[in-house]
Ligand binder design. Structure first.
Ligand code: AHG
Ligand code: MN
Ligand code: MN
Length: 335
């Protein structure tokens, strides 16, 4: 039973035995992500200050080239995981190819691979709007000790052993699951510790928020257009409220707490939509299901999709189960 004043560090250790093949490795891995997220949080929080405190132009006071925050976040997570020698492979939204981590003696005995969207919603950085990080963890399928292969990353989402996200918002929250429910930990910035603030997170049974970029309306498939009209119709508990941040992780977080659906479907120019299956959709789908919600591509379960490429995109409908059921119903009329 989670205690409300528990720190994330204590929680990870206490719940270690829940993991199927517990050796402490997954705990240490989640700990590394927790630490890297603190560094990114620190940087995100002073995003607007860098140009004032540093020098004008492309370099800061130390003469280092200033990086875009998504590149910085990528470096922090990737280097953090490599330096701690805690994973055998990493795939990130920011890099074309996956990385195989050699390990200290050139032979890597670690079992896990991490897939990460280091900064989700990066277009919001310049305007003080919430952004986040999303991560997904799998056991490798190829032999331990050998370099990782593409197939270690191309696993269906239901094989995830853990997934989580961090929202750098009005406060910073770390939410994750290892397949035993979803828990959220809020960072106390004064002492740099995350405390359990949202134990056993669950989607409400019903929701009244829909989150979609309606600017694409004319390019949506007919099923999506009809579903949007359904959300707006004056009937029963509708019209729903429209809320769209443009950082999926923040939209997802709000919808899980307040009750809503997020969707990013195909459009006439992007038949697979925009969102990435491995770095964005699978981890949020795993969390959604663990929290009693649902995630679909409009026709079937996200977590059952067999990926064929690293940066694969997929239409995504995610949130309160009854709302996703309804969206599917509209989509399937035109199958
Ligand atoms: P990223 O910043 O990692 O590229 O992801 C942005 C994603 C998602 O978080 C967001 O909901 C969506 O793209 C916004 O896209 P539109 O601007 O097309 O609505
Ligand atoms: Mn993203
Ligand atoms: Mn990103």
């Amino acid at each position: 039973m989670p205690q409300i004043n528990q720190s994330l560090g204590e929680f990870i250790i206490e719940n270690q035995n829940e993991f199927k093949y517990s050796s402490g490795e997954l705990s240490r891995l989640i700990n590394s992500i927790r630490l890297a997220a603190k560094m990114v949080n620190h940087k995100v929080n002073k995003a607007g200050l860098v140009d004032i405190v540093g020098q004008i132009g492309e370099t800061n006071v130390q003469g280092e080239a200033q990086q875009k925050l998504d590149v910085y976040a990528n470096d922090v997570f990737v280097n953090g995981l490599i330096n701690r020698n805690i994973v055998c492979g990493i795939a990130t939204e920011e890099e074309e190819d996956f990385l195989s981590i050699k390990g200290r003696q050139g032979r890597n005995e670690n079992k896990y691979v991490v897939l990460i969207d280091p900064l989700d919603g990066s277009s919001n950085i310049d305007v003080n709007v919430s952004v986040g990080t999303i991560f997904s963890i799998y056991r490798r399928v190829t032999e331990v000790g050998k370099p990782v292969e593409l197939q270690d990353f191309l696993q269906p989402g239901h094989k995830q052993v853990a997934a989580g996200y961090i929202v750098y918002g009005t406060s910073t929250i770390f939410v994750y699951t290892t397949g035993h429910g979803v828990n959220g930990f809020t960072l106390n910035p004064a002492i740099g510790t995350y405390y359990l603030s949202h134990p056993n997170m669950m989607f409400p049974e019903k929701g009244s928020i829909y989150s979609v970029n309606e600017g694409h309306y004319v390019h949506f498939p007919q099923g999506v257009k009809d579903y949007i009209k359904y959300c707006q119709k004056e009937e029963e508990d509708r019209p729903y409220t429209s809320r769209y941040i443009g950082s999926m992780v923040s939209d997802f977080h709000r919808n899980m707490i307040k009750g809503g659906i997020y969707f990013y479907s195909s459009t006439s120019s992007n038949p697979q939509g925009k969102l990435r299956l491995l770095y964005e959709c699978n981890p949020l789908a795993f969390i959604a299901e663990q929290a009693g919600g649902k995630a679909s591509d409009g026709f079937g379960r996200i977590l059952d999709i067999q990926p064929t490429e690293l940066h694969q995109r997929v239409p995504f409908f995610c949130g309160v189960k009854s709302m996703v059921d309804k969206a599917e119903e509209f989509m399937q009329r035109y199958d």
